[in-house]
Every structure is written in structure tokens, then in C-alpha cells.
Design a protein around this ligand. Structure first.
Ligand SMILES: O=C(CO)[C@@H](O)[C@H](O)COP(=O)(O)O
Length: 254
């Protein structure tokens, strides 16, 4: 397992690859984002949303045209701040930074496209969580038949177009589907869920919630014909959850 070395620690320790091109403040911010992104991958495992090396989390670096994403095809046990990969908003790896020697996630160009086109987004997550992925395979939106779906997603959870892996196509599908939409989750046809959030933790929460919704509605379908909530009820539930629920309501992007 690689050591847990932050950007600043790496610079201080003179570790090859650590960048001294950033201001001290930005180094601290990048180090924090590296720690957040590495730690949040463990949440995907904890909630049973991924197997083997599938799935990925990224986070925008606040105040910079940069984001941090995981390396491709690396065991979740090995993910650590020092091997997260720092990219610009074109998805290009920032050279001479920790982790830059590794290939970034297959979905790096997709995440980059989202950050370039949705400035309100601070985090992007992809999983193959089984129930949401089953809905994606069917190419069917998850209907808003539960208060929890109205709360979190403000309506049906939409399907995005089928898109090839490896370039910006998936990102284009995410942006075209979710722009102006309340939902922070999209079921990419024949692939699986992608979620966005105000930060990476918020996007992870959406990934957990879309799987929960997909499972519950699937089970309901086995028992009968679940009814979509009335539009006015969905609006009221969404407004309450986004503005009143909890201690510090979060979740809505706009
Ligand atoms: O489905 C895909 C590609 O979209 C990924 O979730 C892979 O399953 C994991 O890819 P890496 O992030 O490890 O490259």
C-alpha cells in the first residue's frame, strides 16, 4: 500500500513528483481534496455500491481549474491521498504531482466535461450499484413514487444516452440530461448511475440514495403498480427537504 502523503507533506519531504508550482494555500487545498477523494472511495465500498475496481469519485479543487480523481483499475485497498491524480479541467494530468505516474480513471474525460460545463458541480461519482445499474440496463427512469425520491431528487431519476467509455461522451450525456434538472443522478443507458453534487461527499450521498431508490421501487414493482406522487406533493417535499430538513440542508445544486 502506498503511503498517505498529502501534497504539502510531499513537498516538504522533497518527495519526487510533489509540485511546488502552487501557492502554499492551494497546496493545502489540494491536499485536503486528495484526502477527501481517497476517503470517499471507502464509502462506495461501505454502502455496497462497487465491486473490485469499478466506480470512481472525483472532486473539484475549490478556487482552481483543477480536480482530483482516482487512478484506473487500482484496488480500493490501495487508494490513498498520494495516489489520487490531479487533473486540469480538460482532464489532462498535472505533471510532477503525486500520482501523476499512474493512468487516471477511465471516466476522467467524462468528469472533466461535467466540471467544465456545470460550474455549480463540485463532485462527480460513478458506480455500478446493482439495482440502479439494472434500471440503466432497462433504460427506464425511476419514477418518483416515494417521498424519499421526491426529497432527494425532486422527481423521476432520468435516463441518459448510451455513451462510449473513455472520452467526453459520457460527460456530454450527464450534462445534457441533468442541466436544469433537479435530479443529481442519471442512469446512463446500458452502463450505470452517475451522480453529481455540490462537493464529492454530496455526490456520494446521491449515489447511495439512487441505489436505495432503485431497490425500493424494484421491490414495489414485484408487489404491484406503485403510484407516482402528485407533482405538487413532489414540489413540496423537495422544497422541505432541501431547505428545512436536518441541521445544514444540502443536496440541491440550484
Ligand atoms: O464503468 C467504468 C467506466 O465507465 C468504470 O467504473 C470502471 O468500472 C472503473 O474504471 P476506473 O475508474 O477504475 O478506470
Amino acid at each position: 500500500m502506498e503511503s498517505h502523503v498529502s501534497e504539502r507533506q510531499a513537498v516538504r519531504a522533497g518527495i519526487p513528483g510533489a509540485s511546488t508550482d502552487f501557492t502554499p494555500e492551494l497546496q493545502v487545498t489540494i491536499a485536503r481534496v486528495r484526502e477527501d477523494v481517497a476517503a470517499l472511495h471507502a464509502e462506495l465500498v461501505r454502502y455496497g455500491l462497487v465491486v473490485w475496481t469499478g466506480g470512481n469519485v472525483s472532486a473539484r479543487v475549490p478556487g482552481a481549474d483543477l480536480f482530483v480523481i482516482k487512478p484506473s483499475g487500482v484496488s480500493y485497498d490501495e487508494l490513498a491521498p498520494a495516489n489520487m491524480i490531479l487533473c486540469d479541467l480538460d482532464g489532462a494530468i498535472i505533471p510532477d504531482t503525486p500520482g501523476a505516474d499512474r493512468a487516471p480513471s477511465s471516466d476522467t474525460a467524462a468528469h472533466a466535461h461535467v466540471y467544465r460545463n456545470m460550474p455549480e458541480v463540485g463532485g462527480v461519482v460513478h458506480t455500478h450499484s446493482p439495482y440502479a445499474t439494472a434500471w440503466a440496463a432497462r433504460g427506464e427512469a425511476i419514477p418518483c413514487v416515494l417521498t424519499a425520491i421526491a426529497d432527494e431528487f425532486g422527481g423521476d431519476i432520468p435516463v441518459g444516452p448510451f455513451a462510449v467509455i473513455g472520452d467526453a461522451s459520457i460527460g456530454e450525456g450527464i450534462v445534457s440530461t441533468l442541466t436544469g434538472h433537479r435530479s443529481r443522478a442519471v442512469l446512463m443507458q446500458g452502463h450505470g448511475p452517475f451522480t453529481i453534487g455540490s462537493d464529492a461527499r454530496d455526490a456520494v450521498k446521491a449515489a447511495v440514495m439512487v441505489e436505495d431508490a432503485a431497490r425500493a421501487v424494484h421491490l414495489a414493482r414485484q408487489l404491484g403498480d406503485p403510484q407516482r406522487l402528485p407533482a405538487a406533493t413532489i414540489d413540496a417535499l423537495f422544497a422541505r427537504y432541501q431547505n428545512v430538513y436536518g441541521q445544514h440542508p444540502d443536496g440541491a445544486l440550484s
